[in-house]
Design a protein. Structure first.
Length: 309
């Protein structure tokens, strides 16, 4: 019998929302190797997003950037990362996390072309090089990606950035979240398999309740429900927001909960008619001011973005 590429959490959400057939038709897109056409795309990326898990089992989302060539694909089953070519802060939790848990999930995204590709696998260190054995890889549709380009100044000394941490979101953190039109989310299933994805919408699409809980609409997508399936099984989740004007990166960790059947006229409008949201309650955050220095040019918002009220 063919092994299902979906775990029980993903299957549960697909059943709950009546999308089993749609998801099943797409299962062949998930493969244990990188598709040949995506190899040059991956190797041209100088900014990537990656999820990792700390010693407590909490997923974190990180952004790594560096010189062209810091990332190589070896025979479609293995990725090589050269830490010496990475320019992002070496203090990032990613580097600590992979010392205790080898499971990681990559998101490669090019905003100019609205192209994104995910690779999940296991990382090991060999002679100073990070080697990632591919477990699964697959592409995503271009929906909700804002078209634009980020040009980084890699002469910037990211290790001199100003880092602050906390457990309760403060004014600066709330402001960044409330202005954002994009964030990145890392999650895992109960067996530890990591995944990193993208969420986008119009400015302010993530709303914040009076107690600091983030309310995130789940828009229509590919019906695989990788992120929601992970949350169903394992609520601990990591988010990452970026402020291109200041080079600030905000990493949040906490617990998420899926909300179904939110079918008021307003809720249907802001969720793109799905009536599905997820709440995120922050337990810890890391605010890194000067994480990067770059110039962001926004071309156009995604035409698929639902309204924000």
């Amino acid at each position: 019998m063919e092994k299902d590429v979906f775990h029980e959490g993903e299957l549960a959400v697909q059943r709950k929302l009546g999308r089993e057939k749609e998801a099943s038709r797409l299962k062949r897109m998930i493969a244990p190797v990188i598709f040949p056409g995506m190899v040059p795309f991956i190797e041209l990326q100088t900014v990537i997003f990656v999820g990792s898990t700390d010693v407590s089992g909490q997923p974190w989302s990180s952004v790594l950037y560096g010189d062209l060539g810091f990332l190589k694909v070896l025979d479609r089953t293995e990725l090589l990362i050269n830490p010496e070519k990475i320019k992002s802060p070496k203090s990032d939790v990613f580097f600590r996390n992979i010392e205790v848990n080898p499971e990681i999930g990559f998101l490669f995204i090019q905003h100019e072309s609205r192209t994104r590709f995910r690779v999940n696998g296991h990382v090991t260190k060999e002679n100073g090089i990070l080697k990632v054995q591919v477990v699964e890889s697959y592409g995503n549709c271009p929906k909700y990606i804002q078209a634009g380009k980020l040009i980084l100044d890699n002469a910037h000394n990211a290790d001199s950035s100003l880092v602050s941490e906390g457990t309760v979101l403060g004014p600066a953190e709330l402001d960044l979240i409330s202005r954002s039109n994009t964030f990145y989310v890392s999650s895992r299933n109960k067996d530890g398999r990591m995944d990193t994805s993208h969420r986008g919408g119009n400015d302010g699409f993530v709303s914040i309740t009076t107690d600091g809980t983030l309310m995130i609409p789940d828009y229509p997508g590919n019906n695989l429900f990788n992120t929601l399936g992970n949350i169903h099984q394992y609520p601990k989740t990591g988010l990452l927001f970026m402020d291109h004007e200041t080079g600030t990166v905000l990493q949040l960790v906490g617990e998420a909960e899926i909300l179904y059947g939110r079918d008021s006229e307003k809720e249907l409008a802001i969720s793109g008619d799905t009536g599905v949201f997820w709440e995120f309650r922050t337990t810890n955050w890391i605010h890194t001011e000067g994480h990067y220095r770059g110039a962001w040019e926004l071309y156009t918002y995604s035409p698929f973005n639902p309204v924000v009220e």
